[in-house]
Design a protein around this ligand. Structure first.
Ligand code: PMP
Length: 351
């Protein structure tokens, strides 16, 4: 750290991203990417003439992609914000709705970036503990008078709230923005997007990183009341109006034209998840009832750190979670059936 760093940032603990090994030989089940490639239309866009246009800036209004997203979700272009990954949309939402001292509330446990954004922007945090078995009780969020951020399905637990439960939280907090992070919603969750037409305080954030196989393209979006979207646009235009690059904008629009392809991938992942859960349970693991593209699992007789290390030695990467409040868990991204066979075979050898 230099002597010149802004004092407020001196105690910042940056977000630690999951391991991204350069060695492609690993069976990579640690950062919830899709095991399937993007759809043919996406690959065609990337291989084609758009490359010639790279000398030009991208459309700062992202009109083509926002219109495609609006059509997909039954809203207007003015209800759609696009970002460099949903992390950027979330970061802007923290800045827009909580950084003036109002504060933010989110579950303990949830996505690790929320605490980092709050630290970065000096936002007071209220962490709301999950109940037994990681259950989230909507009434724990009644009348908090501060911005609320929920991942639904939650990460890393995978547990999901119904749309009605989300609506109860939104209704109980009319004076605050409720941000619902739906990074994993396409694997069996219930989206709150249909509620955005009725609630001016609801912002739903989604991503192309998981169900649409484009984590490396960095593309996320938010859907909400036009006034909320304008707030985020003001921040974006003031920091980086070309936040999403040309290739990614085109690839995103192409992906939306091939929804059937992605729906089939999601169905395969949901099937593989059910099968993997059964097989892990047969080995003595306990798994949460995940609606995401990962399983959150623990074994009563095995140390999570040890499992992580020994799997890595055998070519399989998973993510370990060992916060004192939650216990000793590993999070396993759902890969292809062959990848899951390989994981289970390694685990059988280890336990
Ligand atoms: N929200 C949650 C809950 C996540 O787990 C992730 C990815 N790890 C993100 C948001 C960010 O995804 P991206 O920036 O790739 O869209």
């Amino acid at each position: 750290m230099s002597q010149f760093l802004n004092g407020a940032l001196r105690r910042l603990t940056p977000y630690t991203p999951g391991e991204q090994p350069r060695n492609q030989a690993y069976i990579k089940l640690n950062t919830n990417e899709s095991p399937y490639p993007p759809s043919p239309g996406v690959l065609a866009v990337l291989n084609r003439a758009e490359g010639e246009n790279l000398r030009l800036y991208s459309d700062p209004e992202a009109v083509e992609l926002r219109e495609a997203l609006a059509a997909r979700y039954g809203v207007e272009r003015e209800n759609v914000f696009v970002a460099n990954g949903s992390d950027e949309a979330l970061s802007f939402a923290f800045l827009a709705y909580a950084a003036d001292g109002r504060g933010v509330a989110f579950p303990d446990i949830s996505y690790g970036f929320y605490a980092v954004f709050a630290r970065l922007y000096g936002i007071p945090v209220r962490q709301v503990p999950l109940r037994a078995d990681f259950r989230l009780v909507p009434e724990d969020y009644n009348h908090l008078h501060r911005t609320i951020v929920l991942a639904n399905p939650n990460a890393p637990t995978g547990l999901a709230l119904s749309r009605d439960e989300v609506e109860r939280i939104v209704r109980a907090n009319p004076d605050a923005v409720v941000v619902v992070d739906e990074a994993y919603v396409d694997f069996g969750g219930e989206s709150a997007v249909p509620l955005t037409a009725r609630y001016p305080n609801l912002l739903v954030v989604q991503t192309f990183s998981k169900s649409r196989s484009m984590a490396g393209a960095r593309l996320g979006y938010a859907i909400g009341d036009a006034a909320l979207i304008q707030d985020l646009e003001a921040i974006r235009f003031s920091t980086n109006p070309y936040n999403v690059n040309r290739l990614t904008l085109r690839a995103g629009a192409a992906a939306l034209a091939e929804q059937d392809y992605y729906d089939a991938n999601c169905a395969a992942i949901v099937d593989t998840r059910a099968d993997t859960k059964r097989r892990l349970e047969a080995l003595g693991f306990t798994c949460t009832d995940s609606r995401a593209n990962f399983l959150f699992a623990r074994h009563p007789a095995a140390d999570g750190g040890d499992l992580y290390r020994r799997l890595k030695e055998r070519g399989v990467l998973v993510r370990r979670f060992d916060a004192p409040r939650i216990g000793d868990y590993i999070r396993i991204t759902i890969g292809t059936r062959a990848q899951m066979d390989a994981l289970l075979e390694r685990l059988e050898g280890l336990l």
